[in-house]
Design a protein around this ligand. Structure first.
Ligand SMILES: C[S@@+](CC[C@H](N)C(=O)[O-])C[C@H]1O[C@@H](n2cnc3c(N)ncnc32)[C@H](O)[C@@H]1O
Length: 269
């Protein structure tokens, strides 16, 4: 991993799924933009525990040939297990870095990636590879987190940890939002060979019954394990309470409603 403040994806694979229900609205928008059809050959880069590939396989009723790739073996195993458990056919998951796709040029009808590109060791190379494997006339869609100020929960984490930990252990706000400005994303897409794409900003909310429910998910998913492990136990409570103070501004009708923003880039090759 280029940045040691990213979660250890391999280790947290089983727990990452706790976030998936909260990210479902992004899959819906991304898959609508991808406009995939039965019979097509489709790749999902940095597929993690299988999204949005698994959702698409269900949408197409297994009538497609979908490959998900991810660099973390634990994530790939988790995705494979879900495909098996769901009895899904026509979908496979492979351990493969997005920067070195072991597929022929122009071999896929569709290519997609949800919240992966900005985390790659080399985002430009990953984008180049994604473009290379799409057939002329084929379609791609990718989602990246938006501007730093719109990534609310990671902002809270950044504020809570920045004075408690050295910079190399801060939460990955900078890397997660590094392509969150539409002009930055557009420039990188052009550099990587993309033309005629569209970039739209979308918003969605994480919703929780209470702050405790949010914090429990954060802790159980181990998404900030690196940061919490670096602090003594008694500081965990202080971090929890500090973040509760930030979250208090986001209570609506008794529920915690936390807005986030992402960019969706899509187009035809
Ligand atoms: C935030 S998760 C997103 C997973 C999934 N796409 C989703 O939306 O649920 C980012 C994923 O990128 C993967 N990843 C990071 N660097 C990678 C690389 N160079 N090549 C392929 N996958 C990579 C991680 O292993 C992790 O599974």
């Amino acid at each position: 991993m280029p940045n040691n403040t990213q979660p250890d994806w391999d280790q947290i694979a089983a727990k990452f799924d706790l976030w998936l229900p909260h990210l479902a609205p992004v899959s819906e928008t991304l898959l609508d933009a991808l406009n995939a059809h039965a019979g097509q050959h489709i790749i999902d880069l940095a597929s993690g525990t299988g999204e949005p590939a698994l959702t698409l396989a269900q949408r197409l009723d297994d009538a497609a040939d979908i490959v998900g790739v991810d660099a973390a073996p634990g994530m790939v195993r988790a995705a494979q297990a879900k495909a098996r458990a769901g009895g899904l056919r026509g979908i496979q998951f492979l351990c493969m870095p997005a920067e070195r796709l072991d597929f022929p040029t122009a071999s896929f009808d569709r290519a997609m990636c949800r919240f992966g590109i900005m985390l790659l060791e080399d985002p430009e190379l990953g984008l180049r590879e994604m473009h290379r494997v799409v057939k002329p006339g084929g379609r791609y869609a990718l989602a990246v987190w938006g501007r730093p100020e719109s990534m609310t929960t990671l902002q809270w984490a950044q504020r809570a940890f920045e004075d408690r930990l050295p910079p190399d252990l801060h939460p990955p706000l900078a890397i997660a939002t590094s392509l969150g400005d539409p002009q930055t994303l557009a420039a990188l897409l052009r550099k990587a060979g993309y033309q005629n794409f569209d970039i739209q900003t979308h918003r969605f909310d994480y919703q929780f019954d209470s702050y405790a429910q949010y914090w429990d998910l954060l802790a159980a998913s181990e998404i900030l394990k690196t940061q919490l492990d670096a602090l003594p136990e008694h500081e965990h409570r202080a971090v929890r309470d500090e973040v509760a103070g930030y979250a208090a501004d986001f209570v609506r009708n008794g529920r915690l409603v936390i807005p986030h923003e992402y960019l969706l880039a899509s187009g035809n090759k």
